[in-house]
Design a protein around this ligand. Structure first.
Ligand SMILES: N[C@@H](CCC(=O)N[C@@H](CS)C(=O)NCC(=O)O)C(=O)O
Length: 226
């Protein structure tokens, strides 16, 4: 059974991506959680991969890092339907997944993933507004053209949805206004049993990163500890 090395479920958006995909596609794995921001975090991550970042997938002699590479490996090694079957949907799914991997820095830096908190609706600046608009421009045509078979971008859940899942949590957590189609897509991600499992585990984690402890902007705190 492969092992997926991840960080705190409350904060680690990159860890969520392959974890959710593997759960959703029924690929069994063990997990190792390395909490972020502790004195030995880096050293513990480096024991698994010289790139020094999680997620990392270890499968016998194979070590894979970078979320997209892990997803591609899962598809190949476990014959899992990581990408849409439709020949026209597949390149679009790969494009939007790569776009997420390389972009959305406005949303990612202004609204870090934090499943333990909720923030009031407010203007979060132009970079965030641009990223939110771009996200909707991805969701609406994908849903319209390829979404007939299910609630996700290309109908059934694929790696493209896994890539956007942390962004969906941010849009929810930071109370960002969305059009109806985009909101329905975000809700479909949040309703996934696998995501609920991740969120429940996040709520019981003991570790709280320093920035979170002094977070005065949060209007709700869902965490049992903190
Ligand atoms: N491009 C990487 C990003 C991985 C990443 O930034 N991971 C963060 C956690 S969410 C990390 O390992 N941080 C620990 C560190 O940088 O020391 C991917 O796609 O997997």
């Amino acid at each position: 059974m492969p092992t997926l090395v991840i960080a705190n479920k409350c904060y680690s958006s990159w860890s969520l991506r392959p974890w959710l995909l593997m759960k959703q596609l029924g690929v069994a794995f063990d997990e190792v959680v390395i909490p972020l921001d502790l004195p030995d975090t880096k050293e513990r991550v480096l024991r698994h991969s010289p790139a020094g970042k999680v997620p990392i997938l270890i499968d016998g002699a194979v070590t894979v890092w970078e979320s997209i590479a892990i997803m591609e490996y899962v598809g190949e090694a476990y014959a899992a339907p990581v990408w849409p079957e439709d020949r026209e949907a597949r390149p679009m799914a790969r494009s939007v997944a790569a776009e997420m991997h390389a972009g959305f820095s406005g949303l990612r830096s202004a609204c870090p993933m934090n499943l333990g908190k909720r923030y009031a609706r407010k203007d979060r600046g132009e970079a965030v507004a641009r990223d939110v608009a771009r996200f909707s421009e991805i969701v609406r045509p994908a849903r319209e053209r390829f979404g007939a078979g299910g609630p996700f971008l290309f109908g059934a859940f694929t790696a493209a949805d896994a890539m956007y899942a942390p962004l969906a949590t941010r849009l929810d957590t930071y109370s960002i206004d969305l059009d109806t189609t985009t909101r329905a897509y975000v809700d479909a991600i949040l309703a996934l049993p696998a995501f609920q499992e991740w969120r429940s585990a996040a709520m019981t984690e003991e570790w709280v990163v320093a920035a979170d402890e002094v977070d005065e902007e949060a209007i709700e705190n869902y965490r049992k500890v903190a």
